[in-house]
Ligand binder design. Structure first.
Ligand code: FCB
Length: 502
């Protein structure tokens, strides 16, 4: 592992300029101590670096609604949701949170909880209704309006270019199975950078490569106490192992071409990176041999995604294991995929798997989650806050990332409205506090985490699980679309205000 940065270096590197943020309009405390005026207590041990981003995140299909307004083309999620039986209770994103029309109210809510950053995604078919060709000016205007509203609220916009709502017209040409998609994605990314990079300084290329390729083209195994479970995402296909590897390859190639296009078309200083749900191996025992085993496993398990993006080559282990099913690629592809990045975004919800060191190849052994392992009330995800320490730690130790953002973290809860109209989501508060405690452990060691985006700003359409899985800091009544900040929103505001774990 590379040596960690010293505390002095950390303070030097975490200024606003280091992440391209303006020095003004950013809330948060100081790097070393925060004075609590209410209690008089000095919380100088659990603070985050200066100018840390406190944000929340959403995605277009999950909140926007307006599925066929202002010239938007259909996406694969419109098609999927309109196919009976694909989404729980027949839910769709046709209206969703109606954020397309209510964005001003939503920005005001974010401002109220002290957020200084917001990660949203752009719906590709709003911009290019057919995926490519003539852009749709009304689609672009809707994001101009959102970005301007955020800026005037002092909230830094972070844009994700692909959060799974592929234009249906491109799916009709083979979707991610067709290599041409990489080039058209690059063109779309360059167009967005040209139009928004005067105000948007950070672009995420693609959200969760692993999820949309594997769940979209085979079914994605996710850990569950006592075993695993399989989830699907649009387009819900089941392709062969060789075809799936090719889909994965096209996704990272699209990312690389997008990085190059944004550099070519965006304003100087525009920062670019992926937002990946890193498959994080957590060492069950914090001793050098187990930590090393977990780090090795993390590199190998991310071989088709983060590892190839950050190393510019597929690992021998991945190619060997894939054998005849390995993706077809050129040396030039690898160069594009490995285009230099400004930061690495990682989504971290759950320890994907636990490991201990082993004498046998490959040097680590996966330990299944015990049946009684703590899990979230909804979605059954194993809980272990240490994942939010090990994920950035390994991103830095393996790839020496210049900067890291936690692009998603949060939990779904069985939220209900109490008699007094409030939502007391104690479980979410405990979850956030324990995960952020581990994140603060990482920043205090000098790991260059520049910001944290809680998933999600408000309850929304949780893909095939429908509206039942509530991840928001704001409760949404999906009959009236009324937003009510939950108690966890108050917790978030306090943490952001003090720039600390509270
Ligand atoms: C992530 C997705 C996001 C949301 C959360 C709960 O995998 O990126 O859209 O569904 O999970």
């Amino acid at each position: 592992m590379k040596t960690e940065m010293t505390r002095r270096n950390l303070i030097k590197l975490t200024g606003a300029a280091a992440i391209g943020l303006p020095a003004t309009g950013v809330t948060g405390g100081t790097a070393t101590s925060t004075s609590d005026k209410t209690t008089g207590q000095q919380s100088n041990t659990r603070t985050f670096p200066k100018n840390f981003c406190w944000g929340t995140a959403t995605a277009s299909y999950q909140i926007e609604g307006a599925w066929n307004e202002d010239g938007k083309g259909p996406s694969i999620w419109d098609t999927y949701a309109h196919t009976p039986g694909k989404i729980k209770n027949g839910d769709t994103g046709d209206v969703a949170n109606d954020h397309y029309h209510r964005y001003k109210e939503d920005v005001a809510l974010m401002k109220n909880i002290g957020a200084n950053a917001y990660r949203f995604s752009i719906s590709w078919p709003r911009i290019f209704p057919k995926g490519t060709g003539e852009p749709n000016p009304k689609g672009l205007d809707s994001y101009n309006r959102l970005v301007d509203e955020l800026k005037s609220a002092g909230i830094e916009p972070f844009a994700t270019l692909y959060h799974w709502d592929l234009p249906q017209a491109l799916q009709d040409k083979g979707g991610w199975q067709n290599r041409d998609i990489a080039k058209v994605f690059g063109d779309y990314a360059g167009y967005m950078a040209e139009k928004l990079s005067d105000r948007v300084h950070h672009f995420f290329t693609i959200n969760e490569f692993r999820s949309f390729t594997e769940a979209g083209y085979r079914g994605f195994e996710i850990p569950a106490p006592g075993g695993t479970r399989t989830v699907f995402l649009a387009p819900g296909l089941r392709v062969s192992p060789a075809e799936l590897n090719q889909v994965r390859h096209h996704a990272v190639l699209a990312h690389g071409l997008a990085v190059q296009a944004i550099r070519a078309k965006g304003k100087d200083g525009t920062k670019i990176g992926p937002a990946e749900n890193i498959e994080i191996a957590t060492p069950l025992i914090e001793a050098p041999e187990h930590i090393k085993a977990a780090e090795t496993a993390t590199r190998e398990r991310n071989a088709p995604f983060l590892t190839v993006m950050l190393e510019g080559k597929y690992t021998d282990g991945y190619l060997r294991e894939a054998g005849k099913d390995a993706p077809k690629f050129t040396e030039e592809d690898l160069k594009i995929i490995g285009s230099p990045l400004d930061f690495v975004g990682i989504n971290v919800y759950t320890p994907m798997f636990n490991v201990v060191a082993s004498d046998q190849s490959p040097g680590w052994r996966k330990i299944p989650f015990a049946k009684g392992h703590p899990k979230t009330a909804i979605a059954n995800l194993p809980i272990d806050s240490a994942a939010l320490y090990w994920a950035p730690k390994f991103v830095q130790s393996l790839w020496n990332a210049k900067a890291i953002f936690i692009t998603e973290n949060g939990c779904a809860s069985d939220d209900t409205v109490a008699d007094d109209g409030k939502v007391y989501d104690t479980d979410r508060i405990v979850f956030l506090r324990s995960y952020l405690t581990q994140l603060q452990r990482a920043t205090s060691e000098g790991i260059p985490v520049k910001g944290y985006f809680q998933w999600s700003t408000m309850d929304n359409l949780e893909w095939t699980a429908g509206y039942g899985n509530r991840f928001g800091l704001m409760y949404v009544d999906f009959k009236t679309l009324k937003r009510t900040p939950k108690l966890s929103a108050t917790w978030f505001r306090e943490a952001a205000r003090r720039n600390a774990v509270v």
